[in-house]
Design a protein around this ligand. Structure first.
Ligand SMILES: *Cc1c(COP(=O)(O)O)cnc(C)c1O
Length: 433
């Protein structure tokens, strides 16, 4: 079986004339997996349609935001209604406090929240705030964690950087990363050592509480609790980057799931319901340092945009009202899918390590276990590429890199799961043919 690609190929060629790689974000070019990236013309529920009329079951979900699936009725209606009243004012609208209220409900440790336009802006601002609060310079991050394309955070980062094998990025002077310390994930001793070495100099520790950007990698045992204890003892700010995990692994994110309260939280993706929204928040003691109340400056022309607020509010309201059914169902269906594909791999003699937390998951082509960047990077990325292309040919759209998390939405059905497992069986067989 193979899909038609003529139209997508033409569109890609045209885009490449005018845009680097023909894309607006690097991983979309399929550099890590090969093959023709489909140009999407329609998304409906759990399905995508491309320019050549190929249909796919979608496990990318726009890289995380679309927990309710594509073109969810309440979200589309909210955006449409907001657009009729004007798309942007550069002045306050009631919708911002509406969205803030529901964010504070989901994340009770937040007393105040500031809306921005992307996850990148959220983490950049949270780090600035942590430095403003502590009056310290150093920041600690972890290998394989991606926090957006902030200069100081593009050190041993995951996501597209992992995919492309770029150690950092050109155009970032070393002086800009000299205060960034990168440690292996899931290694508590390394954190203790760095705090001993840089006594009273570390402003913050920023972490993805479930890493999604080296593929899905959860914290082991009491790792997150240890980060909380150490940062508290050392009076450093603990930032949970929940841009991916917020409203995903639980309504209140990883901090609800694991019962750990960070000092600052960054949000994005699901928060905007498919439109560009990010946020950072925490206790008033920290947030009141943000301008106009305090000396930490951060601003945005389109921040709190009424269309984006409406999409976020419609998404979060639906999640809030139906969370008792939604999250257990996502958990159950995701388990069926991930275990079903793992069983198909076993039957076909394909080596696979499955990691999953709720509805975020990755099939690593390595015996595993995968607990950090070192073990994730042992994956056979060629085998992943073959699997990815075979799945695409069989109508299943996965993230186009071994080092990204896949997602299930509330729109996925048992039938979708069955079809996906059947596709995986065929993909694993053809990998041996
Ligand atoms: C996606 C992501 C970001 C960056 O968000 P953008 O909206 O792409 O700028 C930051 N942190 C984490 C954990 C993410 O998954």
């Amino acid at each position: 079986m193979s899909r038609k690609v003529e139209k997508s190929r033409e569109l890609q060629k045209r885009a490449e004339q005018m845009m680097p790689g023909g894309v607006s974000s690097p991983v979309r070019a399929f550099g890590a997996v090969g093959g023709d990236p489909p140009f999407i013309v329609l998304g409906q529920g759990s399905h995508l349609l491309d320019a050549d009329d190929n249909e796919y079951i979608d496990y990318l979900g726009s890289w995380g935001p679309l927990i309710l699936g594509h073109a969810f009725g309440e979200v589309v209606e909210a955006i449409t209604a907001a657009a009729r009243s004007g798309t942007s004012f550069g002045a306050s609208t009631p919708s911002e406090a509406d969205l803030a209220e529901i964010v504070l409900l989901a994340f009770p440790h937040l007393q105040k929240v500031r809306f921005v336009n992307s996850g990148t802006e959220a983490t950049m601002s949270a780090v600035r705030l942590a430095r403003a609060y502590t009056k310290r310079k150093y920041i600690v991050k972890f290998e394989g964690c991606y926090h957006g394309h902030v200069d100081a955070l593009l050190v041993k980062a995951g996501s597209g950087l992992a995919t492309l094998g770029i150690p950092g990025s050109a155009g970032v002077p070393e002086e800009f990363t000299q205060f960034t310390v990168t440690l292996p994930f899931n290694d508590t001793d390394a954190v203790e050592r760095v705090f001993a070495k840089f006594k009273h100099q570390i402003a913050c520790v920023i972490v993805e509480p479930v890493v999604g950007n080296m593929g899905c990698v959860p914290g082991l045992g009491d790792y997150l609790a240890a980060l909380r204890l150490i940062t508290q003892r050392e009076k450093a700010v603990l930032i949970f980057d929940e841009v991916m995990t917020g409203f995903r692994v639980a309504f209140g994110g990883a901090q609800e799931l694991y019962g750990i309260r960070p000092d600052l939280t960054t949000l994005g993706k699901i928060l905007g319901g498919g439109l560009p929204v990010g946020a950072y928040g925490g206790p008033s003691e920290l947030m009141d340092l943000v301008a106009p109340l305090g000396p930490m400056y951060q601003a945005g022309t389109l921040s709190g945009n009424p269309l984006a607020m409406a999409a976020g509010l419609a998404t979060l309201s639906h999640l809030r009202d139906h969370r008792a059914e939604i999250y257990p169902r996502l958990e159950k269906l995701s388990a069926q899918l991930v275990d079903g594909v793992a069983a198909a791999a076993r039957d076909a003699g394909v080596t696979l390590c499955s990691n999953r937390v709720g509805s975020m998951f990755t099939w690593f082509f390595t015996p595993g276990p995968v607990n950090d960047w070192n073990s994730a990077s042992k994956s056979d990325t060629d085998a992943f590429g073959r699997f990815f292309r075979a799945m695409l040919d069989h109508g299943v759209y996965l993230p186009p890199s071994q080092y990204e998390s896949a997602f299930l939405s509330t729109a996925h059905t048992k039938e979708d799961i069955k079809k996906t497992i059947a596709a995986a069986k065929q993909a694993f067989q053809s990998a041996h043919a």
